[in-house]
Write a protein that binds this ligand. Structure first.
Ligand code: NAD
Length: 505
């Protein structure tokens, strides 16, 4: 690997335990969305640069696979302690490049840390099984082994948590890792790479290739990458799944979402309104588990809309580092796109109850930031683009329906199936909903039902390609493969040639 000089403010790659500038010469701007200022330039890997990073992961694999479980988990414990002590630093980086408010950035780091803690206990989950004397003096054991170098390709909206859904488990299982962060906010992953080095992880076990489609495409076809964990939008998730699997890789590709919250007539409307505001406008709606559709059942819609509107109007939008409720969107282009969806909804007949277009942001140097304020649309119907498309912004649409059955039919007809929630005081209705809804993660009076690390995270339908969800037992399964060993220690008294097929006699 020939690392060329790294210009000041350029975010390089990370390979074999050190910065690696690569040779492509291509970079992209990294921006603070709160101010619009360009704060760095991230290297965009060529195919050759990507190959160099994969080579580092390949070289480190045999020794890491063969490191004892005790050694591997000791490094994980070190990493957990360092992360816990310094998570504010990581949260600051997340806010500076993503824009979400500090408390939310810290929460994302803490949710990622939960996966590190889960992976610290991987020894129990890597235990195989064994049966003695399946045939005369023959024992069979089943073991799970590491895969090799694996790739993790992540989106912009959780630059710390989403990579952490995967790499702690992969590393604990004995795999080596190449992370390809979003080119919009790559610094969190680079900070994590340095933390791993401090924690004593051997060089080459955790690597980072920065870049765009070129880097992703190389990872998808590279013969040394054995598995790909992808999180991003549905069209790219589908592409990654198809290309990766056609090149013989194990792929889990988590895609986009349109999450509905059903509010039944017997629900506590204040609790439901609080939840809708938190889940609709938190992180400016840039969460794959954001609630973007409130389905008001029966005659509660006027009350519900009034309560949500009152709360939404009270939110402060501005620089997430300065104590506001809601930060900016990731880019100007994205903010413009979100505004154009609101225009389209209005033109199609939705009522704009709270309008975030042209919001005046607060706090500091925000004039050139990428802001859309909380927006509430009422009388939305299933044919409008604000309903059909994932907007990924602070836009909450209210769809009015007559009955539970209409609400359920609406959710189940949607192409996505990531998360959903129901608000009700009726346990029977909630239980029926959990059984009937075609969505991977369900909240009952819980608006953002993100499973804890020892359960698995993942949606259904166009929200996930592949059959394995992230972290929990499914994550351990994804990052290991099974082997079955049949053993017979020959008894000298049983010597002799027998060409027959081995059988139980
Ligand atoms: P994105 O699909 O644009 O990008 C995701 C990753 O793919 C990035 O690393 C990007 O560099 C790469 N990429 C982009 N275009 C590519 C192409 N043509 N070929 C190959 N690689 C490409 O997604 P985003 O805008 O960064 O993130 C937002 C999306 O992620 C939303 O749709 C959101 O719902 C989804 N998301 C889903 C989950 C989930 O768990 N299901 C979690 C977080 C985000």
């Amino acid at each position: 690997m020939t690392a060329t000089e790294i210009p000041v403010q350029t975010i390089a790659h990370w390979a074999a335990g050190t910065d690696f500038a690569g040779t492509s010469g291509e970079t992209a701007p990294v921006t603070n969305p709160a101010t619009g200022a360009v704060t760095g330039r991230v290297a965009l890997a060529s195919a050759e640069d990507t190959q160099a990073v994969v080579a580092a992961a390949k070289a480190a694999f045999p020794a890491w696979r063969d490191a004892s479980l005790a050694k591997r988990t000791a490094v994980l414990f070190n990493f957990r302690e360092l992360l816990n002590a310094r998570k504010h630093e990581l949260a600051e980086i997340v806010t500076a490049e993503h824009g979400k408010v500090r408390s939310d950035a810290l929460a994302e780091v803490s949710r990622g840390q939960e996966v590190v803690e889960f992976a610290c206990g991987i020894n129990h989950l890597l235990k195989g099984s064994m049966s003695e004397n399946v045939s005369t003096k023959v024992d069979v054991s089943s073991i799970r082994q590491a895969l090799g170098p694996v790739a993790i390709i992540s989106p912009f909206n959780f630059p710390a948590m989403v990579p952490m859904w995967f790499f702690p488990i992969a590393i604990a299982a004995g795999d080596t890792v190449v992370v390809k962060p979003s080119e919009k906010d790559p610094s969190a992953t680079m900070w994590i790479a340095r933390l791993w080095a401090e924690a004593g992880l051997p060089d080459g076990v955790f690597n980072v290739v920065n870049g765009d489609k070129t880097a992703v495409d190389e990872l998808l076809v590279h013969p040394d990458i054995k598995a790909v964990s992808f999180v991003g939008s549905t069209p790219i998730a589908k592409y990654v799944y198809e290309v990766g699997t056609s090149h013989g890789k194990r792929v889990q590709a988590l895609g986009g979402a349109k999450n509905h919250a059903i509010v039944l007539p017997d629900a506590d409307l204040d609790l439901a309104a609080d939840s809708l505001v938190n889940a609709g406008f938190g992180a400016a709606g840039e969460r794959c588990m954001a609630i973007s559709v409130a389905v008001a059942v029966g005659d509660i819609a006027d009350d519900l809309v009034g309560k949500v509107a009152e709360r939404a109007r009270g939110l402060k939008t501005g620089d997430g580092a300065r104590g506001v409720d809601m930060g900016p969107l990731i880019t100007r282009a994205h903010a413009d796109r979100v505004s154009s969806y609101i225009d389209a909804g209005e033109e199609a007949g939705a009522s704009v109850v709270v309008d975030g277009r042209g919001v005046t942001p607060v706090g500091g140097d925000v004039a050139d930031g990428f802001y859309v304020g909380p927006t509430l649309l009422d009388d939305v119907t299933a044919d409008m683009s604000v309903y059909t498309d994932e907007i990924f912004g602070p836009v909450l649409s209210v769809v009015r329906v007559a009955s539970y059955d209409d609400a359920l039919a609406l959710v189940n007809a949607n192409q996505y199936g990531n998360g959903t929630a129901i608000f009700t005081a009726d346990g029977g209705a909630a239980r029926r909903f959990q059984n009937e809804v075609e969505v991977g993660m369900v909240g009952i009076n819980v608006p953002i039902p993100v499973p804890t690390a020892f359960f698995s995270f993942g949606g259904w339908k166009a929200s996930l390609f592949g059959d394995t969800h992230a972290h929990g037992a499914e994550g351990v399964h994804f990052f290991t493969r099974g082997k079955v060993v049949t053993t017979r220690w020959q008894d000298p008294s049983q010597r002799g040639i027998d060409l027959g097929f081995p059988q139980n006699d």
